[in-house]
Ligand binder design. Structure first.
Ligand code: UDP
Length: 480
């Protein structure tokens, strides 16, 4: 795309206030800006500093990208001052209030639309009201839903055909009807809000309705990764969709990668130096994203499994008051001394992208958040899948059964932030399989091929590059 051709377009990006939603949407905003489109990212005072480094780098390259700030109504909604990020929410009730607070952003965003008159609003799926807001100003709202085609198709069919009602227990498997592969799940692995009427059920209904009524959906995926599902989504649901990923590949230098999300809790260079001292594919990386918080007892099972497996590891541990249990230790006595040189614990934020891309890393124990999954695919790293909640049980099936680049640890229960409890024997077995079996070597080869396909997809002439151009052409030709 000739950058001068598209300078006439101005697009607003509205990321949901949670790291795992903001990271890909900021990458996306930077991608649009790098193709000569004028971009404004709307965020709130607490979130703005975290984004500014990344945006500033893009501006230094001459891209037309800016941050617009709207006040987050903490006080009005009854949230503590500064609670402008989902990661700071510590209970379901607080989560409900947080979502409610985001609906109060309508007016300030309308004021910005009035003032700037952009051509299009790309808003996170968690802002269902943004479809109506955009239509009030005669512009399209495009949804960014943050997951893959596979999980959208599978979850839509589960909601529509309700196969979970036809099994007699929570642990009896059912087949998801009307999708391209035979995928089995159990009732226990489904979200509560699918099975019963809760506040969240209503919220997700609104999300879906707004998606149907929106102009289309942007996917952080690429056609070659899940062709049957990319086709299925468009044909069966009749929805407009553009696959423009893996968007993370727009970060092609150290600074861009380091500026994604939070500042690392470890010196990134030290971490990479540690990895430099290891043989290729000899380290397993363990991280469960930005929301899941395992109790101390579960962390202890992981620590014991890692030690028993004999594998070298980097383990990113999220700890806050939610997972502290009285009289429970989360590390066996003397663990860190024994693991000296063999394992690295990162307490807090890990520089995940750089870790996964390091040749010493040969496996990833992941909760299957879509960002983490795609990052592993791009790095050609096979996975131990340990889904916890959200879309993660669907993503697990894509990884283990469709792409065959992962092995399941055996998590059986969908539960917000905590998931199932998994014993050390199962963890050790899966980690050992991932790091030391012939089958895992085959998975690694498949993952590497997919990573290469992902890189080709975003290059000139690749499927994602072409879909991106098609979207921009469409917006321009309609005079949007
Ligand atoms: N992430 C990171 N360091 C951490 C934890 C997470 O860089 O210590 C990043 C990770 O690379 C990914 C995002 O945060 O881009 C997590 O998103 P994902 O969709 O995988 O999971 P969620 O946080 O939604 O559960």
């Amino acid at each position: 795309m000739d950058s001068e051709q598209s300078h006439d377009l101005h697009i607003f990006f509205l990321p949901f206030m949670a790291h795992s939603h903001t990271i890909p949407l900021i990458d996306m905003a930077k991608l649009f800006a790098s193709r000569g489109i004028r971009v404004s990212v709307i965020t709130t005072p607490v979130n703005a500093p975290g984004l500014s480094k990344s945006i500033e780098r893009s501006r230094l390259l001459g891209h037309e990208i800016e941050i617009l700030i709207v006040k987050f109504p903490c006080m009005e909604a009854g949230l503590p001052e500064g609670c402008e990020l989902l990661d700071l929410v510590h209970s379901l009730e607080m989560g409900r209030i947080f979502i409610e607070a985001t609906t109060m952003l309508v007016q300030p965003i309308e004021r910005l639309l009035e003032e700037y008159r952009p051509n299009c609003l790309v808003a996170d799926g968690f802002f269902p009201w943004s479809t109506e807001v955009a239509s009030k100003y005669g512009i399209p709202r495009i949804v960014f839903n943050g997951t893959c085609f596979f999980s959208v198709c599978a979850s839509q069919c589960v909601r529509l055909y309700q196969p979970y009602k036809k099994v007699s227990s929570d642990t009896d498997p059912f087949v998801i009807p009307n999708i391209p592969s035979e995928i089995k799940l159990t009732r226990k692995q489904l979200p509560d809000f699918i099975k019963q009427e809760t506040g969240l059920a209503e919220f997700f209904r609104k999300v879906e309705e707004a998606e149907v009524n929106s102009y289309g959906v942007l996917f952080n995926s690429f056609y070659e990764l899940e062709p049957a599902y990319a086709d299925h989504f468009r044909k069966v649901w009749g929805a407009k969709a553009w696959h423009i990923g893996p968007i993370l590949l727009c970060n092609n230098n150290f600074e861009d990668k380091s500026n994604r999300g939070k500042e690392a809790s470890i010196d990134e260079n030290e971490c990479l130096k540690w990895l430099d001292s290891k043989k290729p594919n000899s380290v397993v990386y363990i991280c469960f994203g930005t929301v899941s918080n395992f109790p101390d007892s579960q962390l202890l099972e992981i620590a014991m499994a890692l030690e028993d497996s004999g594998q070298q590891f980097i383990w990113a541990v999220r700890k806050n008051k939610n997972n502290q249990q009285e009289n429970v230790v989360w590390l066996p006595e003397g663990f860190e001394e024994r693991m000296e040189g063999k394992g690295l614990i990162i307490r807090g934020w890990a520089p995940q992208l750089s870790i996964l891309e390091h040749e010493a890393v040969g496996g990833f124990v992941t909760h299957c958040g879509w960002n983490s999954t795609l990052e592993a695919i791009c790095a050609g790293v096979p996975m131990v899948t340990w889904p916890v909640f959200a879309d993660q049980f669907y993503n697990e099936k894509l990884v283990t059964q469709v792409l065959r680049i992962g092995v399941a640890v055996g998590a059986q229960k969908w539960a917000i932030g905590v998931g199932d409890s998994v014993k050390k024997e199962a963890i050790k077995k899966a980690v050992t399989y991932l790091m030391a079996s012939e089958e895992a070597e085959e998975m690694r080869c498949r993952a590497k091929k997919l990573g290469e396909m992902g890189r080709k997809a975003v290059e000139e002439g690749g499927s994602s590059h072409s879909d991106f151009n098609a979207l921009i052409e469409e917006l321009r030709s309609k005079g949007m």
